[in-house]
Design a protein around this ligand. Structure first.
Ligand code: G6P
Ligand code: ZN
Length: 544
């Protein structure tokens, strides 16, 4: 094994965003681009002699990247790499494998819910030994190395068969090609009441799980159809494709329209299934859909928190819960009733890691279709679906009944996110700066017919490591608990994306359409930020 030292020059813009480094495939295809970032990881984190987990969501460029990273790991003295067969590992599965095998870290190849294929996106993310995304102090250090890098180390070739399970040697390094599903499926069986869910399917109940031709397919097929007895064919689009079949693998009402049609009875040959669900490119997001309602991610977190003790893995109750700041306060109401802590963190799953490690929270979630718990350190799409299946099977209530019962008990937080995608970056920054400048004048004034009680730029002090994260989104909070939140996305690859999050709590009016219930706030949000004037956009590109 000859280690080659290849001279390189730094690329601009290799700064990891909300969730790793994400760029167009064509950017990653530039000679040395991936290599520079990977070497920056090896230069930042001491991984000589370490065990590393490696895999991705199977999108275009995944296999090329796996080969490069294995060769660089060997050249940088890594002792062992566990890689998913075919290069496939869902994001939560990487987290699970890191934890179960005591690995020192992992590299995930994914651009999550962004489209794939040669013209789509690619991404890379480093996870630490707890199984979760590296915190900002590590990603900042990685970025600093990418700015000054002059060389990287790689071995010429790695002789191993990525498609055949087994142990291989690449020089002094061991490569174990592992089944991508085994460890994850074992963990799920420890958490959920498989007998109850099996009985629910055996009684004739039906499910449609849309894997969106992405990474969740093999996991959902093994667990739902294989171990739990859902009718074969319940998992649709279950084979991961390099371009996700040309679709946008984001489980939300805008991109999972086939599933929503099926749940409303539209395209199903024998009426709507009892249970609908979808997951994203790397299987960490989820959407749960009833025959009548799409469960909003914020509501999903609240319902799971309120009913967690029905799930064996959480039968002893919750230590606490956490949500990202833009996520609705529905879970706060549950936490108060349960008498447990509720933490509010910036957007990005990495902010939950310390709270989970310290045992302060058991469940956490984000409005961006992410829900998870302390079982791994990533959000987990298939796990969330199993949570809901467990509740449905245990209570005999449908998704819609569980949701409506929850609203009747705790009130309803009408919620929607309006995205203005691919807007000019300069205009987007001007819009946020304009809002920041207005903040001091807003408290006490009237907007949308109510009084503004709080207006700030959200900042977070991590209670565990005391790190401070500033400028995490503009919050406008009203006397009645309604909120408008503005943020620029940290995951896009095309210009800037402005996200406007809207929330209106209601105690009694539980049956409204969300966009109607939010109409006054929507209008106020456009006016306050002068969205049309500054971006030229009359309307959002995506509403979830
Ligand atoms: C990824 C992250 C999430 C985050 C989401 C939206 O899925 O893992 O933690 O909530 O992106 O981020 P964005 O910055 O685009 O709003
Ligand atoms: Zn994802």
């Amino acid at each position: 094994m000859t280690i080659q030292t290849i001279p390189t020059r730094a690329f601009d813009g290799q700064k990891p965003g909300t969730s790793g480094l994400r760029k167009k495939v064509t950017v990653f295809q530039q000679p040395h681009y991936l290599e520079n970032f990977v070497q920056a990881v090896f230069d930042t984190v001491p991984l000589a002699g370490a065990t590393l987990v490696l895999g991705g969501d199977g999108r275009f460029h995944n296999r090329v990247a796996v080969d490069t990273i294995v060769r660089m790991a060997a050249a940088n003295g890594v002792a062992r790499v566990l890689v998913g067969q075919g290069g496939l590992l869902s994001t939560p599965a990487v987290s699970c494998v890191i934890r179960k095998h005591g690995a020192d870290g992992g590299i995930i190849l994914s651009a999550s819910h962004n489209p794939g294929g040669p013209d789509g996106d690619f991404g890379i993310k480093y996870n630490i030994g707890n199984g979760g995304p590296a915190p900002e102090k590590i990603t900042d250090a990685i970025y600093a190395v990418t700015q000054t890098i002059t060389e990287y180390r790689i071995v010429e070739s790695a002789e191993f068969d990525l498609d055949t399970l087994g142990r291989y040697s690449v020089g002094d390094m061991i490569v174990d090609v592992i089944d991508p599903v085994d460890d994850y499926a074992e963990l799920m069986q420890q958490l959920f009441d498989f007998d109850a869910i099996r009985a629910w399917f055996a009684a004739g109940h039906t499910l449609r799980f849309d894997a969106m031709s992405a990474a969740s397919g093999p996991y959902a097929t093994r667990l739902l159809e294989g171990l739990l007895g859902a009718t074969p064919g319940s998992v649709v689009n279950g084979v991961p494709l390099e371009d996700f079949g040309g679709h946008h693998p984001d489980p939300n009402p805008a991109h999972a329209t086939e599933l929503i049609d099926a749940m409303r009875g539209g395209s199903a040959p024998h009426g709507a299934p009892d249970f609908g669900a979808a997951s994203d490119g790397d299987a960490d997001r989820n959407m749960v859909v009833g025959r009548k309602h799409n469960v909003s991610p914020s509501d999903s977190l609240a319902v799971l928190a309120a009913n967690a003790t029905l799930i064996p893995g959480y039968a002893n109750g919750l230590a606490g819960v956490a949500r990202s700041m833009p996520t609705s306060c529905a879970v706060d109401v549950v936490a108060e009733e349960l008498g447990i802590d509720c933490f509010e963190t910036p957007t990005g799953w990495k902010f939950f890691g310390n709270l989970l490690d310290a045992g302060k929270v058991t469940l956490c979630g984000e409005e961006s279709y992410g829900t998870g718990s302390d079982h791994v350190r990533e959000k987990d799409g298939v796990w969330a679906v199993l949570c809901w299946l467990n509740l449905v099977a245990k209570t005999g209530q449908s998704i819609d009944e569980l949701l409506e019962a929850h609203w009747a008990r705790f009130g309803r937080h009408y919620y929607s996110r309006h995205d203005f995608e691919a807007i000019d970056t300069v205009a987007a920054n001007a819009l946020v700066d304009g809002l920041r400048a207005k903040l001091p004048t807003l408290v006490g004034s009237q907007l949308a017919g109510k009084r503004i009680a709080l207006a700030d730029d959200f900042a977070y002090d991590d209670p565990i490591d005391h790190s401070h994260s500033a400028k995490q989104g503009i919050r406008i909070v009203f006397d009645d608990g309604a909120r408008i939140v503005y943020r620029l996305s940290g995951t896009g690859t095309d210009g800037a994306t402005l996200r406007v999050y809207l929330e209106q709590p209601e105690r009694d009016r539980l049956d409204l359409d969300a966009q109607e219930a939010l109409a006054p706030l929507i209008a106020a949000s456009r006016e306050l930020a002068d969205i049309k004037g500054l971006t030229g956009r009359e309307a959002p590109t995506v509403v979830t």
